[in-house]
Design a protein around this ligand. Structure first.
Ligand code: ADP
Ligand code: MG
Length: 697
């Protein structure tokens, strides 16, 4: 492995430096300007770029190219074409045209499209996103692209993300200009997603159908030791895991991914990778690559990387913390409070804007993280609750309150933190320390949205954040542009916004029972499941807002809601079938075998002992028989209900049926299998236990 990181970093990326070196000067300038201004690329430039890209990729060993895109399956898709083109003499040349760079035409019909497939052409096209660099992976030149239907409807995660970034930039620009920043030409959103994951042994993994088919365990008794000792968090990394992390970092660096920190997480076998933040669409691409490489590299080390949000019951699940902020192209972070936040009206206005956006669109934030997997995690005692609220910390809350009440606030510097790093602003050290229970926390110079599931793309969440902010900025800008006294109007907007939306601010313990009650009193939404959240996507206020900013049209929203529900139902369906098979073919036979063994023993003992001396054996026989009976009954019911679920025609009703009926039956079965596991002899239990999976890496 090459240890000179500064040399290998980005070596597989067709990045800015390579382009500058290899493109004709005019082409380079035109391309750069097009990217900065978001204009489309001229076909002459495309030919020139394609040629340089091809030459470079071939030098890197590439033989194929692919339009790399993110359909709504949650994973990335690629269809590889080779560079070869026949010549008249019957030989081949390596060819790649501007046309091939700009546009690809995969068959859209096998990707989820909601109703779009029926009403529009089955064909879709991929379009080059020049704002995210091309790269070489597995001997293939990968070109980041957006994926649309022929009618132009977005069929992927990237298209709406790019649209939402444009929208928020446009509106935020109006605001910063009003504050006199004439040199700013765009405002970008930044994201730094911290990625949690589990690593388990590959051989043990392959003995568990639930992990293989569903990515999570559907049965499994709690081991004697869990995470209660907290000895894993930031603990010494095991050699095998350390090797994995080393290779992962190295491969990510070659792809220009700014992987920064790797550490153990709270649960045994759980780890985290945090990158340095970057522009949101690049961060989204990089996060996809990170997940892909995690899986691939784990495999090389005899490990399996689990990205599921809740692979183990009773053990912390995995999330993705989306650190998010807004920055001008001149390098000013709009969410940085500075030394005197109370005298920083632009910061306070932006902060108030976020408060308003989050309060008004709790539904959208909840929807953006709604998946079958994440439902198991949210609301547990270790993950943010399904209620959206915001943590601002004491000082900022006080400042906003002071503005609301029209009183002066003295920023208190006496207890400033002096940690000597640029990243942490001089904000008074909070008495409450860092709040880890808030779904949406202000962390110094950015917000951290913590509800995202570990397996999902970060695009959905950022589309919501960007669009919500665009809408609020639009409203603020409309008022400010008309204001006679600008400063007065700014103060008034902040004051009114805080007054109207402060119910969303909560600095206490988000995991507590009291908060559930309190949130209800405040009228905050509590959407516990995906089927209860998704229908809100097409509320009038949402349709109108997305349309206003050109992010989604109504058809796209309807389709997206349908796809979310479809995915949900499919996942629970597969889980139900898997559990049924496990119970019937492995678990019931194991219980039966244990029963037989103990009956034989009891029989053998009978003649040697007094009749009433067999109490323990009887007890166990009774328990095992009861488990067997119950499993038989429940699993038959599960089979019937799973079949019934499939026949529910309406997507929402079907998802609800899976949630209410099928999932709860699965829970019932699990309660029995987990009890049975503690009574059946270890040698007879058909699967590796939680203890094996979590502690034998
Ligand atoms: P935690 O304490 O939650 O683990 P870390 O400091 O490890 O937080 O991670 C913070 C993440 O936030 C990093 O990925 C970092 O790059 C990112 N981040 C920092 N500043 C910004 C910003 N302005 N915009 C977006 N993300 C940011
Ligand atoms: Mg974090």
């Amino acid at each position: 492995m090459n240890t000179n990181i500064s040399e290998t970093f980005g070596s597989n990326v067709f990045g800015d430096a390579v382009m500058k070196e290899r493109l004709p000067k005019v082409t380079y300038e035109l391309l750069r300007n097009a990217v900065i201004s978001g204009k489309s690329i001229d076909s002459n430039i495309a030919d020139s770029v394609a040629n340089a890209m091809k030459e470079w990729a071939i030098e890197k060993g590439a033989t194929h190219f692919t339009h790399w895109f993110q359909p709504m399956t949650g994973i990335t898709a690629e269809k590889h074409d080779s560079f070869i083109a026949p010549t008249a003499e019957g030989r081949i040349i390596m060819d790649f045209s501007g046309k091939e760079l700009i546009k690809g035409e995969p068959d859209a019909s096998s990707f989820p499209s909601g109703g779009l497939r029926a009403t529009f052409e089955a064909r879709g096209y991929t379009a080059w996103d020049p704002s995210s660099f091309a790269f070489v992976k597995d001997k293939t030149l990968c070109i980041p692209t957006a994926f649309c239907s022929y009618g132009g409807e977005a069929l992927d995660q990237k298209t709406p993300l790019l649209r939402s970034m444009d929208a928020v930039s446009k509106q935020a620009l109006r605001i910063v200009k009003l504050f006199g920043m004439e040199d700013v030409t765009s405002v970008r959103t930044t994201a730094g997603p911290e990625q949690e994951y589990f690593l388990i042994d590959k051989e043990l993994f392959s003995k568990r159908p639930d992990l293989m088919y569903c990515g999570r365990t559907l049965t499994g008794a709690v081991p004697p030791k869990g995470q209660e000792m907290n000895d894993h968090y930031f603990g010494v990394i095991k050699p095998r895991v350390a090797e994995f992390m080393k290779e992962l970092d190295s491969e990510l660096w070659k792809l220009g991914v700014l992987a920064k920190t790797e550490h153990n997480e709270a649960a045994p076998a759980q780890h985290e990778l945090a990158p340095i933040f970057t522009t949101t669409n690049i961060a989204a691409d990089h996060n996809q690559l990170t997940m892909e490489l995690m899986k691939k590299i784990a495999d090389k080390h005899g490990l399996v990387c689990l990205l599921h949000e809740k692979p183990f019951k009773g053990v912390n699940g995995s999330g993705k913390h989306n650190n998010w902020s807004l920055a001008t192209d001149t390098g000013i972070n709009l969410l940085k409070p500075g030394k005197n936040p109370s005298e920083n009206p632009l910061f306070l206005l932006c902060l108030a804007g976020v408060v308003k956006a989050v309060d008004l669109h709790q539904d959208l934030l909840r929807i953006s993280v709604a998946t079958a997997g994440n439902d198991h995690r949210l609301g547990g005692a270790e993950a943010p609750p399904s209620i959206i609220s915001m943590y601002l910390g004491e000082e900022l809350t006080e400042i906003l309150e002071a503005v609301e009440n029209g009183v002066h606030h003295d920023d208190r510097h006496k207890t400033n933190m002096t940690v000597g790093t640029e990243v942490i602003p001089t904000i008074r050290k909070d008495n409450t320390d860092r709040n880890r229970t808030s779904p949406f926390a202000f962390t110094g110079n950015k917000f951290e949205f913590r509800m995202l599931g570990s397996a999902a793309s970060i695009s959905d969440a950022n589309v919501m954040l960007n669009t919500m902010m665009a809408d609020v900025f639009m409203e603020f800008a409309d008022r400010l542009e008309k204001a006679k006294d600008f400063n007065k109007e700014v103060a008034l907007i902040i004051k009114e916004t805080v007054h109207e939306h402060k119910r969303i601010i909560f600095n206490g313990d988000g995991y507590s029972k009291e908060w559930q009650e309190e949130a209800k009193k405040r009228g905050l939404l509590n959407l516990a499941s995906t089927p209860s959240a998704v229908p809100l996507l097409t509320l009038k206020k949402n349709v109108e807002m997305f349309l206003r900013h050109g992010v989604f049209n109504e058809t796209e929203l309807i389709c997206r809601a349908e796809i979310m529900l479809e995915n949900y139902s499919k996942i629970v369906h597969i889980e139900a079938l898997t559990l049924s098979e496990m119970v019937k073919r492995d678990i019931m036979p194991a219980v039966s075998k244990a029963l037989k063994e103990i009956c034989l023993t009891a029989d053998a003992l009978k003649s040697a002992l007094r009749k009433d001396a067999l109490k323990a054996q009887k007890d166990i026989i009774e328990k095992l028989s009861e488990y067997y009976e119950n499993l038989y009954g429940y699993v038959n019911e599960l089979d019937i209900k799973t079949e019934e679920a499939q026949n529910v025609a309406d997507p929402l009703k079907r998802a609800e049926f899976y949630n209410e009926t099928v999932l709860s039956l699965m829970e019932k079965i699990r309660a029995v299998t987990d009890d049975a596991e503690t009574l059946v002899p270890r040698k007879n239990w058909p699967y590796p236990t939680y203890g094996d999976l979590l502690f034998k890496v």
